[in-house]
Design a protein around this ligand. Structure first.
Ligand SMILES: C[S@@+](CC[C@H](N)C(=O)[O-])C[C@H]1O[C@@H](n2cnc3c(N)ncnc32)[C@H](O)[C@@H]1O
Length: 234
């Protein structure tokens, strides 16, 4: 992974080493069968290993890299807002791609260890205080790209999870519509479940294009899909 100033991984080798060992203690839910399945999947996942090697905070970083390889929405000098950024893989990729002349402003419900060249605030992005902070952090810069890898805590009920992520995506779109510069891009995660086509149709009224994408790093058994909307019509 290329980094600002050529260092290995924006998270730094030390933090990648700290995160290197995946053990049963990392598994959500203790030592249940579901936790053992989670652990087996982590240990056998080439993207988990590659993320550890590269100093990325999460395997999700590869999803953004792959989306950007295909759609080229991140470029040097751009201003990016990363909604739902923790633990920071997307922020790392965004910061290394926009470089020192760009800026990345990120927020998440969860804490996030500092990522060089990323301004972060912990909070719900729908809270007014977070919204005000994000706009202040941008210091008057128009936003070129709004990223949302936000996901609600899943319930195990696909229709509930689908409805919840759709609500998050709609809120993220409202934020994007209020902050994006003309020509800007919006990238959001959804879980497939029936409502996504209407959402994409809505996106096409705001953007020149809105396309589905399933990056290779997104697990095939997951209903996760990304929508990449480009060419914001202000
Ligand atoms: C899949 S993770 C993001 C991974 C991240 N893109 C990365 O590369 O490391 C989804 C995140 O969305 C966050 N999230 C969910 N709802 C949110 C909200 N209303 N405001 C801010 N963050 C939210 C969760 O806390 C979680 O950390």
């Amino acid at each position: 992974m290329k980094g600002h100033g050529g260092h290995r991984g924006i998270g730094g080798a030390a933090s990648s080493r700290r995160r290197a060992a995946v053990t049963l203690h990392d598994a959500p839910g203790g030592r249940s069968e579901a936790s053992r399945r989670w652990l087996r999947r982590q240990l056998n996942d080439p993207y988990v290993a590659a993320a550890r090697e590269s100093g990325f905070r999460s395997r999700a970083a590869f999803k953004l890299e792959q989306l950007n390889q295909k759609f080229r929405f991140l470029k040097p000098g751009l201003a990016v807002v990363d909604l739902g950024s923790a633990p920071g893989g997307w922020s790392q990729v965004a910061a290394q791609t926009v470089g020192p002349s760009g800026c990345v402003v990120a927020c998440d419900l969860l804490p996030m260890d500092p990522v060089p060249h990323v301004l972060f605030r912990q909070g719900d992005f729908t809270d007014e205080a977070t919204d005000v902070w994000v706009r202040e952090a941008l210091a008057g810069r128009a936003v070129d790209v709004v990223l949302s890898d936000m996901a609600p805590a899943t319930t195990g009920h696909p229709s509930v999870d689908h409805a919840r992520i759709l609500t998050l995506a709609e809120r993220a779109l409202a934020f994007a519509s209020a902050t994006l510069a003309p020509g800007g891009a919006f990238v959001t995660k959804l879980f497939q479940g029936g409502g996504e086509q209407a959402f994409v149709t809505l996106l096409r009224t705001h953007f020149q294009t809105a396309r589905y994408a399933k990056p290779a790093a997104s697990r095939s058994e997951s209903s996760e899909v990304y929508i990449v909307a480009q060419g914001f019509r202000a």
